[in-house]
Each structure stands twice: as C-alpha cells, then as structure tokens.
Design a protein around this ligand. Structure first.
Ligand code: SF4
Length: 320
C-alpha cells in the first residue's frame, strides 16, 4: 500500500494494491457531525455502500461539495474531496472531470447551494452532461445558517427570513431539470427509504452522462414536519417503476402505489414532475445518447514540463 495524502483538500486518500478488495473501512472517514436524525447520515451510508459495491478506488474517487450542512460530505470519506465555495461545486467538479476523466466524480449540494446561488452553474453543468453523479440533498431550508427560506421551501412555511411564511411557490428541481438543455438522467429518491436511495444512486452512477438525483432529506432541526406524514404513511409515496428505470422488489409490499413510467418519455416525465399531489420517487428521465462534453473535448495528456512550456507560450502572446 502506498500512502498519498492531500491536506489541501481537507481529506486523505491512500493508494492500494490493485488486487485488494475494498471494504467499508477503506471509505469511512471520521464520525459525521450532523445533528442526530439528520437525513445526511442516511445518504452517507448509501454512498459508502455504493463505493463498496462498485469497488471504487479511494484514490481515484472525488467528492466535490459547495457550502451547507450536506457539503461537509467529503470530510467523512477517505476518498479525495474538495469542500469549496457556496454554489460552486459544479464548476470545480466539471474542471476536475475534464482534466482527469479517469476519476469517479460525485457532486454534493444542498438546495440553497444548487438551486439559488449555484443555479447558473447548475444549468450549464446539465448542458455539459459530463460523466458524474450529482446529488441534491434537498431539505428545503438553509440549515447551516439556521433556518432561512431557500428556493425549495414550501409556501407558507415559517422561517427566520420570512417569519409569517414563505411568500412564493417553491421551485421544483425535478421540473426544472426536465426543462434544461441536454438533460440525460433525472431521478428522485428519499433518504428515509434506504433501499430506494441506494438503488437510485447506483443507477445514477451507472448512467453515462450526468446522473442527477434529488434526495428528499429530513432536517429534524429546522423542517421536522416536512416529510413526517410521508415517512409514517407509505401510501403517500408513489414509486415510478420500469425495467429501464428502477425497480426495488423489496419495497413492493410496503410501497403499493406504483406507476409504470418509461424514462425515455420526456413529456410524461414532465407531466409527472409538475403534478405535486403526491411524492414520486424513481427515474423520471434517462437518455444515454445525449452528448457528453468530456467525450467531445478531452484535454490531451501532456507531461508537466511540456504543459508549462505550452502555458508560457500562450501567456507570451499577451506580453507587453
Ligand atoms: Fe442536518 Fe438540519 Fe442539523 Fe443541518 S441543521 S445537520 S440539515 S438536521
């Protein structure tokens, strides 16, 4: 085993023998410091399961986050990580993927992070459709900064910035995704249904292109009532099922409201997404034939010395 650490990124990764089988302990970092009962714990567990199942090399795996409770994610894994600026996870991740297409890149964002300050980056990352997994951990509130209205806060919900209740209808991230250019994979899951969460993340990982997963996430500190009824009553949740999408057989007895939805059908996906009568979980849309920017514009591999020569030659063009 060869040791490589990266204190700059706030995480440490190690190089392993190629033959070795990775176990949970190879990915688990320090104990997570989220509040007890926070849905982020469940997402971390599902991600660790995925890393083991896919045997991803810790030294070849990168988690990129912005700012928010969920953005502490990279600290709790032994892979590489970059805990960046609010709303800027996508540009960092796309830059990494462009230069290192061999890495498995995961983007972790909160609702304020992705759909407010990071919204411009969100639109273009979807259009670039690079081969990564993007997780939107949506608890419908700014949790880290203590209960301000976010774009996905339900109308009427009282927050510290809108104490009489949120004024506007919430932004629907799935509906928004389905209107974006070159979208290729859109799914929704819930952290309180671990089997569905894991299966969805795995499907997103296996997708060629940007696998975008909105994860409905409980924040017991600031939005404790948000999903309370749906957690207790499975009949309030509808599962979207299809052979080309997702089926989770072990959930069939509990979640009996099931709708067959072909994820190739974008119009049907849009209709399902805009109907907010019930919570729908599953793959809304998937198309592996959409162009991926990392396939089209590969950065050529050059030695560091040659790269410096090329860079200096470029800069010399502008010298005065
Ligand atoms: Fe989780 Fe909410 Fe606590 Fe943040 S404030 S760690 S989202 S429970």
């Amino acid at each position: 085993m060869s040791g490589v650490s990266c204190s700059l990124l706030g995480c440490a990764a190690v190089g392993y023998d190629d033959e070795r089988e990775f176990e949970l302990g190879d990915y688990e970092g320090p104990t997570a410091r989220w509040c007890p009962g926070c849905g982020d714990h469940s997402v971390l567990t599902a991600v660790e399961r995925l890393l083991v199942a896919e045997q991803l090399k810790p030294e070849q795996t990168m988690f990129v986050s912005g700012i928010g409770c969920s953005s502490r994610f990279p600290h709790y894994l032994k892979t590489y990580g970059f805990h960046g600026l609010h709303g800027r996870a996508f540009p960092v991740a796309t830059g990494i993927k462009l230069h290192r297409p061999d890495l498995d890149v995961f983007v972790v964002m909160g609702d304020g992070d992705c759909t407010s300050i990071g919204a411009a980056h969100w639109i273009h990352a979807v259009r670039y459709n690079m081969n990564m997994v993007a997780m939107l951990l949506d608890n419908s509130i700014y949790g880290l900064t203590k209960k301000q209205t976010s774009p996905t806060t339900p109308r009427g919900f009282k927050t510290n910035t809108q104490p009489t209740g949120s004024y506007l209808p919430p932004l629907n991230p799935i509906q928004t995704m389905l209107g974006m250019t070159n979208v290729s994979f859109v799914a929704q899951t819930a952290e309180w249904i671990p089997a569905h969460l894991y299966a969805t993340l795995r499907a997103a990982y296996k997708h060629k292109g940007l696998g975008f997963v909105r994860i409905l996430q409980r924040c017991p500190m600031f939005t404790p009532s948000l999903y309370e009824r749906a957690v207790k009553d499975p009949s309030l949740v509808q599962m979207l099922v299809h052979d080309d999408g997702l089926t989770v057989p072990e959930l069939e007895k509990i979640y009996k409201d099931r709708a067959v939805h072909d994820p190739k059908d974008l119009d049907a996906a849009r209709r399902l997404a805009q109907d907010d009568e019930r919570i729908r979980l599953g793959v809304f849309f998937r198309d592996e034939n959409r162009p991926c920017y990392d396939d089209i514009r590969r950065v050529p591999k050059v030695a560091p010395a040659e790269r410096m020569t090329l860079l200096n030659a470029e800069l010399d063009k502008y010298a005065v």
